[in-house]
Design a binder for this molecule. Structure first.
Ligand code: SDX
Length: 428
């Protein structure tokens, strides 16, 4: 459905199409704004700017709604496994038995890395951040699979490339961890599930095969499902921007990893744990940290709080808050950081600074505590986010190509020096 929006500027009025999406979101199509009016819009951070029409994920920030291809996150978190959700995000429908089996077989087939790739891990210093290794190795994979550089977005070639990336991102992550820890790498075991295989590659030792328990397997599936996609967030937009130049999928998701790394985005899950540990160690009252977070002159922010879109609550945070309890209980593990996190959330609910700015826990606030329960080391938390987000990155990259979108090239308003002429050195 399309009606019109009118813009009056410099005594003239212009009409632009209004588009209404399937969830009644509305936009003014300003594709011809500059050509017709000479004006551009200015929206630093793109908080009010749509970059695309998408049918992958829907978020309602006011109502705390998140749906992948129409399925509520609460139902997927409860009933699905990660590879089923990844298939849904990628192809638009839940897989039937045969589809899930062949998808799972493709993921198993692609789990191993080319032996020449394995040697690259030993070139990284032990202190190398796993996100740097992940981004580098994702790009490097394409050197060993030149056939995936020109990726069509349909058919067998796309299926192969998507499952190759989804599978190998997990192997690269585990290898990065093992090498940094000075431990021998574990090759993938095709008899294990997607999550079970990851845990095996991370934690098995030469004389002690890691035993995957159902509670841990379920917790890891949940974590990855909750991170599978989230509209046009910073890293997904990065994947789209890079892919819009027709760069290959591996370079595009490698760029997405770099964007995700930042502490305002995916890096927040590790920053939350560091913050909670600092609070625990300092023995200072929570009010000290709340005041610090409010102080404009203090760079400290309450990590895991706030969201550009959710102005009520992040449904993923609610799910994680509940399930973290269940997992710790089932594992008969106490985590004092969870108690601090709950107290911190409580304190903000009665603090006008946070309430007036709609600052509530986001997906990163409790996710780190779940990863701690699973036994994932802190420097791997954002890598885990990247493994979860891989289906979303690939699906958005595919959708962009399917819609044949133009190269991303925003405009600017120049505020620098006007014309001036070269000054010979002797006169400077
Ligand atoms: C993710 O986009 C996505 O969908 C992302 C994500 C996904 O699934 O891909 O959901 C994953 O990245 C979640 C966010 C993880 N980041 C953090 O937890 C870092 C802490 N949060 C903030 O830095 C911030 O809330 C952001 C980055 C999440 C959102 O930033 P915005 O939308 O640009 O908001 P803002 O910085 O303009 O803040 C508005 C006001 C400001 O105060 P005033 O200028 O109005 O006085 O709220 C304040 C901010 O100072 N504020 C905070 C705060 N977050 C915002 N104050 C203290 N602590 C915070 N965490």
């Amino acid at each position: 459905m399309s009606d019109k929006a009118t813009l009056n500027v410099e005594g003239k009025s212009y009409e632009f199409d209004v588009f209404t999406g399937s969830e009644n979101e509305k936009c003014i199509d300003t594709q011809n704004l500059r050509a017709e009016t000479g004006y551009i819009t200015m929206d630093p951070g793109f908080g009010n700017t749509g970059s695309c029409y998408s049918s992958i994920t829907y978020v309602d920030g006011a109502k705390g709604i998140l749906r992948y291809r129409g399925y509520p996150i609460e139902e997927l978190a409860e009933k699905a496994i990660f590879i089923e959700t990844a298939y849904l995000v990628l192809y638009g429908e839940l897989p039937n038995k045969e589809q899930l089996k062949s998808f799972s077989d493709r993921l198993k087939e692609h789990a191993p890395l080319h032996t020449n790739l394995e040697h690259h891990f030993s070139g990284f210093p032990k202190s190398a951040p796993p996100m740097a290794i992940l981004s580098a190795m994702l790009n490097l994979i394409s050197c060993f699979h030149p056939e995936v550089l020109e990726v069509p977005t349909t058919g067998e070639q796309f299926d192969r490339t998507a499952s190759l990336l989804l599978s190998k991102v997990r192997t690269i992550a585990a290898f990065a961890y093992r090498m940094a820890a000075g431990k021998p790498i574990n090759h993938p075991n095709p008899n294990l599930t997607y999550c079970g295989n990851f845990l095996h590659m991370m934690f098995s030792d030469p004389y002690q095969e890691y035993k995957v328990t159902p509670i841990i397997d379920k917790a890891l599936n949940l974590f990855l499902i909750l991170h599978a996609d989230h509209e046009q967030n910073c890293s997904t937009s990065t994947v789209r921007v890079v892919g819009s130049s027709r760069a290959n999928l591996f370079s595009s998701v490698a760029a997405g990893v770099c964007a995700l790394w930042g502490p305002l985005h995916g890096g927040a899950n590790a920053a939350v744990i560091t913050m909670l540990e600092d609070i625990k160690k300092s023995g200072r009252p929570l009010t000290y940290y709340l005041e610090k977070a409010k102080d404009k002159d203090d760079p400290f922010r309450l990590m895991g709080f706030g969201h550009r879109v959710y102005k009520n609550f992040d449904p993923r945070s609610l799910i994680l808050k509940k399930r973290v309890h269940d997992v710790l209980e089932a594992l008969k593990v106490q985590d004092s950081l969870l108690d601090i996190a709950l107290e911190l959330e409580d304190a903000t609910l009665s603090d006008d600074y946070f309430v007036s700015r709609n600052l509530y826990p986001n997906v990163d606030f409790y996710s780190g505590i779940l990863l701690r329960a699973i036994g994932i080391p802190l420097n791997m938390y954002t890598v885990m986010f990247a493994i979860g987000r891989m289906p979303g990155w690939i699906a958005n990259w595919k959708e962009m190509h399917d819609h044949n979108l133009r190269i991303s090239r925003p405009r600017q308003i120049y505020t620098g020096k006007t014309t001036r002429h070269f000054i010979p050195m002797a006169e400077r």
